[in-house]
Structure formats: structure tokens, C-alpha cells
Design a protein around this ligand. Structure first.
Ligand SMILES: [Zn+2]
Length: 307
């Protein structure tokens, strides 16, 4: 194998390779397969395309990971990497390591896996909703048009004429940090897709700048409940799941409570995961207020429609 071939294998996105090996990667971390690990201590450095375990010290690049995980020699590991299909699987829902729908995940050179906001920003400068998106937002969910504008929701159709709703994720300063694409065809899979490197942690962070001292902040699960909550006139953010909240995100929420006296509210989904999320969040935010949905509503979006 020549130098270029080898470099190509080294440049395969390390998190994609890890997932192919059966590791579950969440927020650039995974349970370390090289020691008995209860908390994810294997972390991935996307900018360098490497992994490292802070407990057992295992470290290296894509080829090392395959050698160690599968107990293969160097040549065999390279051969295994060569047989990978040209795109790793796209996981539904979270999107921390998903390849994009616009670009090949195997970009040249360094910076593999970094979200390139400049490529997508223009989509949200002039949001435009196609018929499918209008039906989804306004007819089916009765989302307030002001909320749609605030969230800069836009839509597009791919080459196969599949309609997608695009939800931009911004940080607190309004910088684009991620995009969620929702397939608007009913029952289609995958339902969500994310461009490479997109960070979809807390949704609707810019609303935090509008919080006044003592304001209520509603925490929802997922962006669509967040739109319903905003349409109901509440200030709201969405989180993907409590276990996916980074330390930084948790600190941000805690500091809001301390500095602004923000009180946190939640209408957990009417199921076990919903209650679990509430309890996990309550550990971070002890003052979190529980609101009970009526038994015939599975989530706040449904409650909002019936109200
Ligand atoms: Zn380890």
C-alpha cells in the first residue's frame, strides 16, 4: 500500500470508524473497550482524528483503533478499513458523529469532522418554507409564524425531491453551530440528519439573552416541543437528552439560576424516558418544577394542539 492509500485510511473520521467497530460515540466520547469502563473515558479528538483513554492510556489513530479493537495486525487492520463503505452509517436522533447530507464525510486534509458554518449560513439568511414545511409547521402543529421566523426555520428539496425542514442551532452569540434536517415525508427513515461536525446540544440558546431576572425558562425534549412551548408564549430551550448534556451546558444552566434567578420548568413526556429525563435534570437543577401533562397527551406539542 502506498503512502497516499495509508493517509486516506488515517484520515477516515475516527468517530465513524469507532461506530463501525460497535462503539457508541456520544459527544466525542465512548465507553473504553480496552478496560472495564462504566463511564465513557475514551475520548476522540476530532481535529487530530485520534482517540485516547484517560484511564488505561490507550491511544492512537484510526488504524490503531482497529488493531486494538479487533486484535488484528497492521496490514489486516488496513485491509479492514479499506472494506468500509464510503460513508459510515448515519445515526438517528443525535447527530454528533453523523456525516452530512451535503458533503462527503471524508474531506481532505485536517479539520475532518469540523462543522463548517460558512457553508450553510446563507440558507438561513432568507428562510423559505415549501408546502410540506408549511403544512408540517402551521397545519399539523399550529406553530406561531413569529416563532418560525425567530428560529429561522427553512426548507429545501434534495435531488430526489424529498422535502426537508432545516433547523439551525445557534450558540448564545448567534453563531451557527449545527443544523438538524428533518425528513418531511411521513414515516421516512432516517427522520433526522445532521451535517458533519454539527453540534446539536441545547437548542434555542439565543433566547437566554432575552431572559430577565426571575423569568421562567421551560426545558423541552427536542426542537418541535420547543416551538410549541414558544408558541404558547413561554421562553424555552430544548435538550436532546440529559445524558448528552455536556459539563459546559450543565454549568450554563446552573449559572442562569444563580445569576438571574431563572426558574426552570418542564412538562415531561408522558412516558418513562420523559420522567427519567426530568429526574436527571432535577439533579442538575434542584429547583426544576414538574408540570403534569393530562393522560391523553403524550408530549407538550399534543397538549398545545388540544388546548
Ligand atoms: Zn481505557
Amino acid at each position: 500500500m502506498d503512502k497516499f492509500e495509508l493517509q486516506k485510511l488515517r484520515d477516515l473520521p475516527i468517530e465513524g470508524v469507532a461506530e463501525r467497530l460497535g462503539l457508541q460515540v456520544t459527544r466525542h466520547k465512548a465507553l473504553c473497550p480496552f478496560h472495564d469502563d462504566a463511564h465513557p473515558s475514551l475520548s476522540f479528538r476530532v481535529s487530530r482524528n485520534t482517540f485516547r483513554c484517560f484511564v488505561c492510556g490507550a491511544s492512537g489513530g484510526t488504524i490503531d483503533l482497529v488493531m486494538k479493537c479487533l486484535g488484528k495486525g497492521f496490514r489486516e487492520a488496513c485491509r479492514w478499513l479499506q472494506t468500509l463503505p464510503s460513508a459510515p452509517p448515519c445515526r438517528e436522533g443525535n447527530g454528533y458523529s453523523c456525516n452530512g447530507i451535503y458533503s462527503s464525510p471524508y474531506r481532505e486534509g485536517s479539520g475532518v469532522g469540523l462543522f463548517d458554518a460558512s457553508r450553510y449560513e446563507r440558507y438561513f439568511e432568507r428562510p423559505w418554507l415549501n408546502d410540506e414545511a408549511r403544512r408540517f409547521l402551521f397545519d399539523e402543529r399550529r406553530i406561531d409564524a413569529r416563532v418560525v421566523r425567530w428560529c429561522r426555520l427553512t426548507s429545501w428539496k434534495d435531488k430526489q425531491q424529498v422535502p426537508w425542514l432545516q433547523t439551525p442551532y445557534y450558540d448564545r452569540d448567534g453563531k451557527l453551530i449545527g443544523i438538524q434536517n428533518r425528513n418531511l415525508v411521513k414515516g421516512a427513515t432516517p427522520r433526522f440528519r445532521f451535517p458533519q461536525g454539527a453540534e446539536c446540544s441545547i437548542y434555542n440558546l439565543p433566547i437566554l439573552n432575552m431572559l430577565r431576572p426571575g423569568d421562567d425558562l421551560y426545558i423541552t425534549e427536542g426542537s418541535s416541543d420547543c416551538w410549541a412551548m414558544l408558541s404558547a408564549g413561554h421562553k424555552a430551550i430544548a435538550i436532546p437528552s440529559a445524558t448528552l448534556l455536556s459539563k459546559k451546558d450543565k454549568e450554563l444552566l446552573v449559572s442562569l439560576g444563580q445569576e438571574l434567578g431563572t426558574s426552570f420548568h418542564m412538562w415531561p413526556d408522558n412516558d418513562v424516558p420523559g420522567e427519567r429525563l426530568f429526574l436527571q435534570l432535577k439533579e442538575v437543577l434542584p429547583s426544576l418544577v414538574h408540570h403534569q401533562l393530562p393522560p391523553d397527551c403524550k408530549d407538550f406539542s399534543e397538549y398545545f394542539l388540544k388546548r
